[in-house]
Design a protein around this ligand. Structure first.
Ligand SMILES: Cc1cc2nc3c(=O)[nH]c(=O)nc-3n(C[C@H](O)[C@H](O)[C@H](O)COP(=O)(O)OP(=O)(O)OC[C@H]3O[C@@H](n4cnc5c(N)ncnc54)[C@H](O)[C@@H]3O)c2cc1C
Ligand SMILES: NC(=O)c1ccc[n+]([C@@H]2O[C@H](COP(=O)([O-])OP(=O)(O)OC[C@H]3O[C@@H](n4cnc5c(N)ncnc54)[C@H](OP(=O)(O)O)[C@@H]3O)[C@@H](O)[C@H]2O)c1
Length: 454
């Protein structure tokens, strides 16, 4: 219990995804004035623009909670506003407006490439861009992605299954092959997600993969039968297939190079065969065997997770995440939420991290919610020992954004947009309608006119 009057403090939360929304809610409910600054026009982050479009019940449930959060009177939403180096406002500028603390919850917007030759060939994509594209997030929604007929997906997590879902059930390509550097016991997807595309699996092929990888798995003490039971169990209650797409796995291969054709389009992935070795701390890791082969594909999608966006200007740790204070002053449940400068060996004063900005590509919405809430608790502990800087920080922010040459979106605007989109969905008799460009959204809110076609 604390007797701090949080009403005298102002906190900026950067990023309006689940972590930011729940951090902002916790801080606002404690009484602080909270500015929630979001790159996208709409709030929700990957809950709006990552979760598969047809999971409408889940998305609507989350949107309801987000709407309630945005309606808190001392929580001020600023959408269509990017924070960072070379963005509309930098983190130091934000602090200089008088915010007592800043919580960075911008997710993991950086692209994690492997640095392989040929990654720039036509037909080679990163899952994040495709996910944003089919979820209608500008500007990805407006970009053309040329998906061919034989698609290799690198990685075997839930994002791989979302891309498999899209390519198998929506695009109905001929063949999808998921490749993994480790074996069938190390898949990271859930049975529920697998059930969406399990009936497209080539079961003879899958059996053969289990036979091929059996010795490597047993060599590190993995339970082959359990791994097999897990993947095959997704067939129980699996969705009816809607395409002839053949879906298969190629385990124990690590991509080395993308091979192009004469037109500069990918035609194959050169992979190195791998085997498994046990890690001293438990689990397995892959080691290359030196033998290589080509797997044909006209499209390759890396589904290997994302990295944080360095343009925020925060120091990184050796794993490429934003660095956290190893000896936190305000840790919660043993977790450090404090941004840290490893070079100076000191905390970045007043800056906290939460959600995928604290740990890239880690966990579900529920985890981001918990992380945002706990980061807010860390901030409140920090404020217990702080003196308020500027009671007018929100007003200073308003003055600052008045000078920015683009419309900044407020909660009342979002409500207008939602009403227009709902009306459009009803007219078109579809469950959901989302504008695919910022211009259209801004026009629907009355903030600009749709740009004349040139
Ligand atoms: C393809 C995919 C599907 C998923 N499906 C599910 C699912 O079905 N169920 C589930 O529970 N979880 C799912 N997840 C996980 C879930 O989406 C994440 O756990 C969660 O969204 C992370 O929340 P976050 O707030 O940390 O980051 P994000 O959701 O990424 O939010 C980041 C926010 O920060 C904003 N931002 C970025 N840069 C800036 C900047 N410079 N300035 C200001 N604002 C900025 C963005 O606009 C965004 O609003 C999925 C993830 C992916 C990638
Ligand atoms: N429907 C849902 O609930 C849903 C949907 C999408 C995402 N999510 C969540 O979002 C988070 C991120 O998902 P994700 O699928 O992006 O990540 P993930 O679960 O960590 O899976 C990443 C995959 O990429 C592989 N990989 C990583 N680095 C690699 C490299 N250098 N070379 C080769 N392969 C590499 C990993 O293999 P190794 O294991 O060998 O590292 C793993 O198979 C997860 O928490 C996930 O559950 C949930």
């Amino acid at each position: 219990m604390t007797d701090t009057n949080y009403e005298q403090f102002s906190v900026a939360v950067v990023g309006g995804g689940p972590a930011g929304l729940f951090a902002a809610r916790e801080l606002a409910q404690a009484g602080a004035q909270v500015a929630l600054l979001n790159r996208d026009i709409k709030a929700g982050g990957l809950a709006e623009y990552g979760i598969y479009p047809n999971k409408l019940k889940m998305k609507d449930g989350l949107r309801k909670q987000f709407r309630q959060t945005l309606d808190i009177p001392n929580l001020h939403y600023f959408g269509n506003l990017s924070i960072g180096l070379d963005h509309e406002i930098s983190l130091p500028e934000l602090q200089s407006l008088g915010f007592d603390a800043v919580v960075v919850t911008v997710g993991a917007q950086g692209t994690k490439w492997l640095g392989l030759p040929g990654e720039d060939l036509k037909g080679v994509y990163h899952a994040k861009d495709l996910v944003y594209h089919y979820n209608n997030l500008p500007p990805y929604s407006e970009r053309k992605f040329d998906i061919g007929k034989r698609v290799i997906l690198v990685g075997v997590g839930n994002v791989m299954l979302d891309i498999a879902h899209w390519t198998i059930r929506d695009l109905k390509v001929n063949e999808v092959i998921a490749i993994a550097r480790r074996g069938p016991a190390d898949v990271k997807f859930s049975k529920k997600e697998m059930a969406i595309v399990a009936r497209n699996l080539d079961l003879t092929d899958l059996e053969a993969e289990f036979a091929r990888t059996d010795a490597a798995m047993r060599g590190v003490g993995q339970d082959v039968d359990a791994a097999k039971a897990f993947i095959f169990s997704a067939l129980n209650g699996a969705q009816e297939p809607v395409s002839q797409t053949k879906f298969s796995f190629e385990f124990l291969v690590s991509p080395k190079r993308l091979v192009g054709d004469a037109q500069g389009r990918v035609r194959a992935v050169e992979v190195e065969d791998t085997t498994l070795v046990a890690r001293p701390e438990g689990g397995s890791r892959d080691v290359g065997l030196g033998t290589t082969r080509e797997l044909e594909a006209d499209t390759v999608v890396f589904c290997i997770g994302d990295r944080v966006d360095e343009s925020l200007g925060l120091p990184l740790d050796k794993w490429g995440d934003f660095a956290k204070n190893p000896t936190p002053h305000f840790g919660v449940d043993g977790i450090s939420y404090e941004a840290f400068n490893p070079e100076l060996q000191q905390a970045v004063e007043g800056v906290f991290l939460a959600g995928w900005a604290r740990e890239a590509s880690s966990g579900l919405v529920g985890a981001a919610r918990k992380d945002g809430t706990n980061a807010a608790k860390a901030v409140l502990s920090y404020l217990d020992a702080a003196q308020p800087k500027n009671a007018e920080a929100i007003a200073a922010l308003n003055s600052k954004i008045a000078m920015i040459d683009k419309p900044i979106v407020r909660v009342a605007d979002l409500k207008k947009l939602e009403a227009v989109e709902v009306a459009h969905a009803a007219e078109l008799n579809v469950p959901e309608f989302k504008y695919a460009s910022n211009d259209e959204m801004l026009a629907a809110m009355g903030l600009t006119k749709v740009r004349e076609a040139s």
